[in-house]
Design a protein around this ligand. Structure first.
Ligand SMILES: CC(C)(COP(=O)(O)OP(=O)(O)OC[C@H]1O[C@@H](n2cnc3c(N)ncnc32)[C@H](O)[C@@H]1OP(=O)(O)O)[C@@H](O)C(=O)NCCC(=O)NCCS
Length: 261
């Protein structure tokens, strides 16, 4: 996609889906144009003439780790689908479009960030697309988010999507056994670790209050940071009773690492 009208449509869609207020800051259509013309990727999904989703990314450089040379990848800053069109497969098509464009460009890795407590997003990234969580960045954008996340630290997982693999994950990771779990619980499943959390963070926060939510977030953050030292998260599935569960597996020795600062 290209042109000032298309880029302005992207900005408007972003503001609508994220529920941005005037002081929250936004995207700049000129930035999107500049990215599109300089190895970044701006990809839109249309139903007829209507823009119903878009994603944008920029070219990034990973310094060589473990004796490997530098590597180029796309860092995807955003993917949004119009509220009324979510859950219909548009997000997946957008990411597959991003994948195809990357491969055509000669890059075989896409990274992005998401809030680990947003379990539907986690499920989309890990189970639907087959990305894996590499790292945990507490308060990546500061100590308070915006919209429904106002007052909450902007903790983020960094995921890597290896485009050398198949476009679809090999098989969904098995879910944990049903029954008797509680948020914050960590248990073993063979060599894997399962972390239980609420499946709707904003509802949990509204129902139990900000202090309880902050304590639980703190506990989960501690667990995530500890597990990610030698593991990656490969799945996040819904459980009964308003819960969800991450699966952390031992980190393969040759797995890509996140860039050094
Ligand atoms: C995340 C997002 C881009 C996914 O796009 P989508 O078109 O809804 O996703 P798809 O229909 O291709 O895939 C749906 C899958 O993703 C999950 N998902 C994640 N967020 C979802 C949402 N808000 N609505 C519906 N499904 C969602 C579903 O669980 C579903 O998995 P399932 O089919 O196994 O049940 C979209 O929901 C969205 O714009 N969310 C709000 C903005 C956002 O958080 N963006 C990501 C961070 S930048």
């Amino acid at each position: 996609m290209d042109g000032p009208v298309e880029m302005a449509d992207c900005v408007a869609l972003y503001e609508r889906v994220m529920g941005l207020r005037p002081d929250d800051g936004s995207l700049n259509p000129r930035l999107l144009t500049a990215l599109q013309h300089n190895s970044g990727l701006v990809i839109g999904a249309y139903l007829g003439d209507e823009l119903v989703g878009f994603t944008y990314s920029f070219l990034a450089l990973e310094h060589g780790a473990d004796g490997h040379g530098p590597r180029l990848y796309q860092y995807s800053q955003l993917a949004v689908v119009a509220d009324e069109r979510q859950g219909l497969g548009i997000g997946r098509l957008l990411k597959l479009g991003q994948r195809d464009r990357c491969l055509a460009q000669g890059t075989t890795l896409i990274r992005w960030a998401y809030d680990p407590l947003q379990t539907r997003n986690a499920h989309f990234n890990l189970d639907v697309l087959g990305a894996v969580v590499d790292a945990f960045k507490p308060a990546l954008y500061g100590t308070s988010g915006f919209g429904a996340a106002t007052g909450e630290p902007t903790d983020r997982f960094i995921v890597s999507w290896d485009l050398n693999g198949p476009a679809r994950p090999a098989a969904p990771a098995p879910g944990p056994p049903p029954g008797g779990h509680h948020p914050g619980e960590v248990y073993d499943d063979g060599d894997d670790r399962i972390v239980v959390l609420p499946d709707d963070w904003h509802r949990l926060r509204a129902e139990t209050g900000p202090d309880h939510a902050a304590r639980l977030r703190g506990r989960l953050s501690h667990t995530f940071a500890r597990l990610l030292t030698d593991r990656t998260a490969v799945s996040c599935v819904r459980l009964p009773d308003g819960l969800a569960a991450y699966r952390f597996v031992p980190r393969p020795a040759a797995h890509a690492t996140i860039p050094r600062p």
